[in-house]
Design a protein around this ligand. Structure first.
Ligand code: PLP
Length: 294
C-alpha cells in the first residue's frame, strides 16, 4: 500500500517511442503507482497529501466502470475513509460477475447506491464529514496535482532542449487539459471524447474564465459515441501495443491517437503525449471487444 510519506511516486518517466514511422514522447502517468495512477491520481493528489481530520466519507457518482471511481476507492482505502458511489444503472451481467474498475472498487469496500440525483440531494444538505467529488473529478482541487504534471513536463522539455514542444492528451471532462494549460506555456492540444467541442469548451469555461488559458481543441476525425465499441479503436489499441509495447486505454486514447496522426504538421517529433492511465478499465472493455470481434 502507498504510504503517505512516499511522495516519490509523483514523477513518471518520459519515453521516446516510434509509432507509425514517427517519433513521439510519452509521459507515462500510467506508471505513477500500481494502485494510484493516471490523471485521476493527479486530480486526487490534493486529497492524498493533505490532512483532513474531519472527513470520514468520500461521495461521488458516475459510470459503473469509471477510472475516477476506482481511484477514489484507492484514496478512501489509504485515508481510511468510507466510499459511497452513486450510479444510475448496472447490468445483471456486471452485478453477478463484477470485473474491471467495478470489481476492484468493490474490493476496496466501495458502497454502491442508485440514482445520481440522490448524490445532489445529499450534497445539498451539506452534511458534516463528507467530501463530495463531482463526476470524473472535475473539481478545482484537481489543479494541485495537475500542476505537478505540468512542472515535470516543462522540466523534461528544458532538459532535453526541445525547441518547440507541444502536449497532446484526449479529454473527457477536459479538467486535466485545462489545468495543464493553465500552468504551462507549452501549447496544450486536446480533442473531446465525451461530448463535442462545444461541450468541451463549456467545461473549460466552468473551470477557467480566461479563454487565453484554454487548451486548443481539435475535432475528432469522426463522430463517435463515448463508450461504444469501434473496430478502428481496437485496431489502434493493438497497433500501439505491438509497435510501442505500451498499453493504452481503450476509451480515450484510440481517438486521441487518431487526431495526433491526422495532424502531422502540428504533432512532430517534439510532441509529448500524456498517457493518462485507465488500464484497469481495459479489463471490461477488452471483454466486450473480444465478445464482438475476436
Ligand atoms: C478520466 C480520463 C480521461 C479524461 O480526463 P478529463 O480530465 O476528464 O478530461 C482521459 N483518459 C483516461 C485514461 C482517463 O481515465
Amino acid at each position: 500500500m502507498l504510504s503517505l510519506s512516499n511522495t516519490n511516486f509523483i514523477n513518471s518517466p518520459v519515453e521516446k517511442i516510434f509509432f507509425e514511422n514517427r517519433f513521439f514522447y510519452i509521459k507515462r502517468d500510467d506508471l505513477l503507482h500500481k494502485d494510484f495512477s493516471g490523471n485521476k491520481a493527479r486530480k486526487f493528489l490534493y486529497f492524498l497529501v493533505n490532512q483532513f481530520d474531519n472527513i470520514h466519507t468520500v461521495v461521488s457518482y458516475g459510470s459503473n466502470q469509471s477510472n475516477a471511481m476506482y481511484t477514489l476507492s484507492v484514496l478512501a482505502k489509504m485515508k481510511n475513509w468510507k466510499f459511497i458511489y452513486f450510479i444510475d444503472h448496472i447490468s445483471s451481467f456486471l452485478s453477478s460477475q463484477p470485473i474491471g474498475n467495478y470489481k476492484h472498487s468493490l474490493d476496496n469496500n466501495m458502497k454502491i447506491f442508485f440514482d445520481k440525483t440522490e448524490y445532489f440531494k445529499l450534497k445539498a444538505t451539506n452534511p458534516k464529514g463528507y467530501l463530495f467529488v463531482d463526476e470524473g473529478g472535475a473539481i478545482q482541487e484537481a489543479s494541485y496535482g495537475i500542476k505537478t504534471l505540468g512542472a515535470e513536463v516543462e522540466e523534461f522539455a528544458r532538459k532535453n532542449k526541445l525547441k518547440n514542444p507541444k502536449i497532446f492528451l484526449p479529454s473527457g471532462t477536459g479538467t486535466t487539459a485545462l489545468f495543464l494549460q493553465s500552468c504551462t506555456k507549452i501549447p496544450v492540444f486536446t480533442s473531446p471524447c465525451v461530448g463535442d467541442s462545444n461541450y468541451l469548451k463549456q467545461e473549460f469555461f466552468n473551470l477557467q474564465n480566461n479563454e487565453q488559458l484554454h487548451p486548443t481543441i481539435l475535432n475528432p476525425i469522426k463522430k463517435y459515441h463515448f463508450g461504444k465499441l469501434y473496430k478502428n479503436f481496437y485496431d489502434m489499441y493493438k497497433d500501439l501495443l505491438n509497435q510501442t509495447n505500451i498499453e493504452f486505454d481503450l476509451l480515450y486514447d484510440p481517438q486521441g491517437w487518431e487526431v495526433v496522426l491526422s495532424h502531422p504538421h502540428i504533432f512532430d517529433h517534439e510532441t509529448i503525449y500524456i498517457h493518462q492511465g485507465g488500464i484497469i478499465g481495459n479489463e471490461s472493455m477488452l471483454e466486450r471487444y473480444k465478445r464482438k470481434w475476436v
